[in-house]
Ligand binder design. Sequence first.
Ligand code: RET
Length: 262
Amino acid sequence: MHLALELSENQFNLVSNLFSFAIAAMGAAFIFFILMRSQVGKKHQMALTLTSLVVAIAFYHYWRIFESWGDAFTYANGVYTATGAGFNEGYRYVDWLLTVPLLLAELVIVLKLAKSTTRSLLWRLIIAAIAMIVLGYPGEIAAADSTARTVWGVLSTIPFLYILYVLFVELGKSLGRQEAGIAKILDGLRYILLATWGIYPIAYMLPSLIDNEATAEVARQVGYSLGDVLAKPLFGLLVVAIAVIKTKADNGELEEAEPASA
Ligand code: RET
């Protein structure tokens, strides 16, 4: 972060409050997912364990992010000036390094596809996710309008597009027969995934697109935080919904088990 950065009170508070909101959302989601674990069949509990881990990891990181944001600025005469301590963007990337593979795993696991399909999807998605994040970080900490930022951003986009291809094209083909009601949720899940994951590269580009440094910084933090709240707790809720429906189907509690056209 630039040393001379100055934020208005409202800008500083907007970001602070959003971080605080994320802490609350992750913490509440963790409790909910843990409680829901006993409400689904044994074979679906792994997906709920994974989504609980995701929000627990994010809860911790948002705590650190919130603290780092407070330490990065000092207040005087209505203005927050960067202290030079620097806001640590690394927490986000460490968080993603752990949570993005877990999110992909929970999605693939809850679908209960053939074992070989599951294994192949998991490996490829997880390796691509790690590549995307590792390649994005050097660009994230590079100067706003530098060539490095663009080059790393483009490199990181390659595995990102591969993940989208696997999820939308390959996964779609291998879905086969899913329980009634699942097709609709899966459709929603895909759009949520596209819409929320799409926020990240856009937030990444903001410092290059917005001239005002303070506005760009605030917009980027808002983008990443909203993305995280949608991609972790909300996504997790949909995974829970899938696990609940599958449990009902396994117990023969579903009225009409029509093959889904996913
Ligand atoms: C980066 C760098 C620029 C290019 C691209 C990126 C994509 C990041 C994504 C992150 C997803 C994070 C999630 C976290 C949820 O918990 C790294 C910003 C494409 C897609 C889903």
